[in-house]
Design a protein around this ligand. Structure first.
Ligand code: IMP
Ligand code: MG
Length: 428
């Protein structure tokens, strides 16, 4: 089995970084296919904590080639900073390749992200403020700047000039801000171009040749199904497509190139930023889960909203991402909870819903139907085989699998690489 997509099933922060890092040991290439430095992946290797925002999680293996695909939006300053941090820690990033078709995040994108949010008042989305949305807006408006232009002084000057003329009108006339200076941005970005040039190439071509050669490719999604622009809880979503099918568009390979889809499921639910969250716990129990799981954003440090596992979300994610099996993460965070609940369905005005609501109004009104399960009240972080888990814990896992329709192929009981139980061979 040479190609696998790893994708989130909830609202992000399921532990995709750890799962990708774990699987990357046997991969030849790891490719990211959407999002930008709104993502935050925490990966622990030999006790050392790495926080990655743009670099694919395979970067921590020497010899693993890493691709930043065409639908990733790249803030060059952030990427260079991440590269510097890794090299200072002795990692080698020579195998990194960036798509020449990837779009570049510009200073006006970051500024407009913040100004647009402020302008929304109560309806603000709680974006990460990194310029992700405005950069994708420009891509769709066909005014964005791609790496291929960034590397050509003449093209870059012309495109920056055109963009800045218009953005400065918006900044000054709509928001009453000072205009941005062409020369300063031009010089800054020319510096980035010089440093990133060696990494930029046609990554679709690279990935297709790798796949033809039978090499193992891992496609890494950022964010998750419920934050997908089309399928998530719109408008409280990100501006790209985390779902698995987008690996094809975002990395430039055909749909028949994808052999397997692994959905990463956190053993409970979290959400950072605004938007509906039916199983949210706004009480001491929610706070206890947040503290036990250190549920604070990797990118922004914001406290994450916490709640029970929601099987309605998982069934929906399984459909829209076409998931074959799941990697269940952070099970150990529930070790000290005596009683657990799983949401098995939504009731709305007395009726049990049989589909995931598209309407935010409906989603805001639904009452979760819960099933109670006993906790295991045991430290499971040292379990290395499925049989090592206490019966109540296995029952919880099996119930999630039954309710979601996804086999639990991987169970993670801690952040370290070896705290991972494998129940099905991957890449075979
Ligand atoms: P944006 O992606 O910065 O535009 O933010 C849009 C929404 O997606 C906000 O609610 C963010 O908190 C959320 N979001 C974006 N990236 C992530 C992530 O990696 N994990 C969790 N939430 C995210
Ligand atoms: Mg994260």
């Amino acid at each position: 089995m040479p190609s696998i997509v790893v994708t989130g099933t909830q609202w992000g922060d399921e532990g995709k970084g750890k799962i990708v890092d774990f699987l990357a040991e046997r991969a030849d290439v790891v490719a990211r296919y959407q999002g930008g430095n709104n993502a935050g992946h925490t990966v622990v290797v030999k006790g050392e904590v790495h926080k990655l925002h743009l670099l694919p999680s395979g970067i921590l293996y020497p010899g693993c080639r890493c691709v930043i695909g065409n639908d990733v939006v790249v803030d060059p300053a952030v990427l260079l900073q991440e590269l510097e941090t890794l090299t200072a820690r002795g990692f080698d990033a020579a195998g990194l390749r960036i798509s020449n078709r990837a779009h570049v995040i510009m200073p006006y994108h970051r500024l407009l992200d913040q100004l647009e949010e402020e302008g929304k008042g109560d309806a603000k989305l709680g974006t990460t403020g990194r310029g992700i949305g405005p950069c994708y807006q420009d891509k769709v408006a066909r005014t964005g700047i791609r790496f291929v232009s960034l590397l050509d002084d003449e093209d870059f000057a012309a495109e920056l000039r055109r963009n800045l003329d218009f953005k400065n009108l918006i900044l000054t006339r709509v928001y009453g801000r000072a205009p941005l200076d062409f020369a300063a941005i031009y010089d800054e970005y020319r510096g980035y171009a010089a440093r990133l040039r060696p990494y930029v190439t046609d990554t679709s071509r690279l990935l297709n040749r790798e796949l033809e050669a039978g090499h193992k490719v891992l496609f890494e999604g950022a964010q998750a199904a419920m934050l997908d622009l089309d399928h998530g809880t719109y408008p409280y979503v990100t501006s790209s497509h985390p779902i698995a099918a987008h690996a094809g568009v975002g990395a430039g390979v055909g749909p028949r190139r994808i052999d397997k889809v692994i959905g990463v499921v956190k053993a409970y639910t979290t959400r950072v930023g605004a938007g509906p969250f039916p199983t949210e716990l706004t009480n001491a129990l929610g706070d206890a889960i947040r503290e036990a799981g250190h549920e604070y954003g990797t990118t922004t440090g914001r406290p994450r909203r916490c709640g029970w596992l929601d099987a309605c979300v998982l069934r929906y994610a399984r459909d829209v991402s076409g998931i074959d099996c799941m990697a269940l993460t952070r099970l150990d965070i529930l070790d000290r909870l005596p009683d657990l609940k799983i949401c098995t369905g939504y009731r709305c005005q007395g009726q049990l819903l049989d589909e995931f609501p598209a309407s935010l109004k409906v989603l805001g009104q639904v009452e979760p139907v819960y099933e109670d399960l006993p906790g295991w009240m045991t430290d499971i972080s040292t379990a290395r085989r499925y049989e090592d888990l206490p019966p109540a814990c296995r029952a919880y896992v099996e119930r999630i699998a039954a309710l979601s329709g996804m086999r639990a192929a991987i169970v993670s009981v801690g952040p370290a690489r070896d705290q991972t139980i494998i129940r099905e061979p991957m890449f075979d």
